[in-house]
Design a protein. Structure first.
Lengths: 280, 289, 125
């Protein structure tokens, strides 16, 4: 089973929800926010292995290259340029697609792996990290998905609705959209909801840092017939626990909130509502 | 000489847009506001005004298979590294996975595959009594966020009356952020005193060093964890980074956002006062004139 | 690779200028990769040719694409306001030198270059 936790807006509590849920549901946690991974801070896993993630970049054999420029023309990303003494590769633009080596009729292009980041693996835990200065985290997310394909996993995605989030969502059984009860939160929640609907992934919404009086997300869910899975109440205790890098479930009240949330999500996935009666 | 100031955060939700919107509010109307947070653009909620221009944005190419020419040989499937060819009775391109590299087109002997432009967003120029705003929306899930950010900045530069630019950057450290900060004169990193915030702060600071930009630091909600705030300040001191301001936790901030107002427009809001001090400091240093 | 180029009267040279409009009255476009268009000046024939800049539409690497285009025109000199690191690298590696000209008309820029008044673009801006 694959559950993805995402949010339109950054900082709404994606990682808070993903890490605490993974504990109460006893599922593996995979951190796909490869530009700013944070899950390890709260789960404090013992890392058993760190793998390099490489992207394939072209390498040119000067003896075989006839300077025809076919590879330069074929590259859709302008990663290649023909210059006086051969070819220049702009690594940061290279997508590792292999098109250049496909078009070379002289066999002058081979491919070499270049490290763009790492994946850390612990018990029930995986986290990807993109090297600072590298623009594309996609290959790391793809590798994380491959490594966890046989497991029951909660994926923590990056904020927003960009291609990184799409890669994380690809193939998910269920999506948990985390939001906060503010105007920005609601605006960005709509974007996230559009995305998961486009991808035909069943989903529900969690309101984090919920305040009793603020019902804007409730109303939004009612109007659109979206499932409101639960609310994690705002409190100073929670803020302090979070700032110290601790799981919210260390607090008894929050443990109960997350256990209920976990049950609700499982019921949704299995097609029953919270009371246990079957629903469509 | 026009100055470009970008506000970034590494971690999302630290208060980047809260700060940017207030700085934009305090600035003269000749300062162009630039919303580079294209995945979740929010500045228009405060500075939208009248729409002056709206343009389609072509962010990517995608492959498409002409079924009349396809003989289902499967060569495209073999060569695609992104799993973007759905094979079966009919071969189709999965447009969400397709990166537009054209490898499939190269190997198709029937010339059944072409690359077509994909509209993946919209750019906007709008005008309010606070001046111009250049912003954009990226279609959910679409590619090309880096290029869209570049477009938003380029459009801002095309505004004739512009004096300086205040840019709301994207969260993270990837291509969107890099496109937000490249060529800027100054950056402000907004961070928060939490373990996650601190780790993310270190990474985004490395990125600004990589780009060689003069960088200031603002600690938001500094009073929720004084120990962490001290740690951040010590780190900044040892790394020759100036902490230009500390904003206290203030429940008025949410109230302001929900009313579509920048916090500095509220009287007696501690966060607003702190931002005004930051603004005054920036002016004294000649960052924004 | 360091290249120094001193213009000598009568020397046959192809110069590319990043331009705003496609006519002789045009001002310089200070951008290179995404400038509106290019003007190709042949010093021997004293002609000006106006060319589209298709690199504007490139997702990434507009500077690279533009530099490649200039190289294909067999130009030896580029007059422009600023060059990014990638464009500068491609130009240098192709034996093309960039000179800084941010404003003014096309003819003013060419004249300034011929009088050796323009400074070389050595590092990216």
């Amino acid at each position: 089973m694959k559950i993805v936790v995402l949010s339109g807006k950054g900082g709404t509590g994606k990682t808070t929800v993903a890490t605490n849920l993974s504990c109460v549901l006893k599922m593996d946690y995979v951190d796909c926010d490869v530009e700013e991974p944070n899950g390890h801070i709260f789960l404090k896993p013992q890392i058993q292995k760190v793998d390099d993630v490489k992207i394939l970049n072209p390498m040119f054999d000067k003896d075989k290259c006839v300077s025809c420029g076919a590879c330069v023309k074929a590259c859709q990303f302008n990663a290649l340029a023909k210059v006086l003494d051969g070819l220049t590769l702009f690594e940061e633009l290279c997508h590792g697609c292999g098109t250049c080596s496909l078009v070379c009729k002289n066999g002058a292009i081979s491919e070499v792996g270049r490290k763009i980041g790492t994946i850390s693996i612990g018990h029930g835990f995986k986290s990807g990290k993109l090297n600072v200065g590298e623009p594309m985290g996609g290959p790391i997310i793809s590798q994380l998905k491959i490594l966890s394909k046989d497991d029951h996993v909660i994926y923590d995605s990056s904020p927003g609705t960009s291609c990184s989030v799409v890669k994380t969502l690809d193939g998910a059984d269920y999506a948990v959209l985390v939001t906060e009860p503010t105007k920005f939160g609601l605006h960005d929640l709509k974007l996230a909801a559009d995305l998961v609907k486009d991808m035909n992934i069943p989903f529900g919404i969690v309101v984090n840092r919920s305040i009793q009086e603020t019902r804007m997300i409730d109303i939004f869910c009612e109007e659109n017939q979206f499932k409101l899975l639960g609310k994690i109440p705002f409190s100073k205790e929670a803020a302090v626990l979070y700032s110290k890098g601790k799981l919210l479930i260390e607090n008894e009240e929050y443990l109960q909130s997350f256990e209920l949330l976990g049950q609700t999500i499982m019921n949704q996935i299995k097609g029953r509502d919270a009371c246990g009666t079957r629903c469509n | 000489m026009l100055v470009e100031l970008v506000v970034i955060s590494g971690k999302g939700g630290t208060g980047k847009t809260t700060l940017t919107s207030s700085l934009a509010y305090l600035s003269h109307e000749s300062f162009v506001k630039v919303d580079c947070d294209v995945d979740a653009s929010n500045l228009h909620l405060m500075f939208g005004g009248q729409l002056v221009e709206s343009k389609d944005f072509i962010g990517a190419k995608v492959a498409t298979i002409d079924q009349n020419k396809c003989n289902a040989c499967g060569a495209c499937f073999e060569v695609c590294r992104y799993g973007a060819i759905d094979k079966g009775h009919i071969f189709k391109v999965n447009t969400l996975r397709c990166e537009g590299c054209g490898a499939c087109r190269q190997v198709c002997l029937n010339l059944a595959i072409s690359l077509i432009d994909e509209t993946t967003g919209q750019t906007y120029i709008s005008q309010s009594n606070k001046g111009f705003l250049s912003s954009a929306d990226l279609l959910p899930g679409a590619e090309g966020s880096g290029k869209l950010v570049s477009d938003v900045r380029k459009k801002a530069k095309g505004i004739k009356s512009s004096k300086n630019y205040i840019i709301d950057g994207s969260p993270g450290t990837g291509c969107s952020v890099m496109a937000s900060i490249t060529g800027c004169d100054y950056s402000i990193i907004v961070t928060e005193p939490t373990y996650s915030g601190f780790e993310d702060f270190i990474r985004i600071k490395q990125l600004t060093e990589h780009f060689g930009i003069k960088t200031f630091v603002v600690i938001n909600k500094f009073d929720i964890n004084q120990d962490m705030t001290d740690k951040i300040e010590d780190y900044c001191k040892s790394n020759q980074l100036e902490v230009i301001g500390k904003i206290p936790f203030d429940s008025h901030v949410n109230e302001a956002i929900n009313k579509g107002l920048p916090i500095v427009s509220f009287k007696l809001a501690p966060a607003g006062d702190a931002i005004i001090s930051i603004w005054e400091k920036l002016n004294r240093k000649g960052v924004l004139i | 690779m360091t290249i120094t180029l001193v213009y000598k009267e009568g020397r046959s040279l192809k110069i590319v200028i990043s331009s705003i409009n496609m006519d002789l009255s045009s001002q310089i476009d200070p951008r290179f990769g995404r400038c509106n268009c290019f003007t190709l000046h042949d010093t021997e024939k004293d002609t000006y040719e106006f060319l589209d800049n298709t690199s504007i539409h490139q997702a990434h690497g507009a500077g690279i694409a533009a530099a490649q285009y200039v190289s294909e025109l067999n130009a030896e000199v580029v007059l422009t306001g600023r060059l990014g690191p990638k464009a500068l690298r491609v130009l240098n590696d192709s034996g093309i030198v960039g000179y800084k000209a941010e404003q003014g008309s096309l003819e003013e820029a060419v004249l300034a270059f011929k009088m050796n008044k323009l400074s070389k673009i050595d590092s990216p801006t």
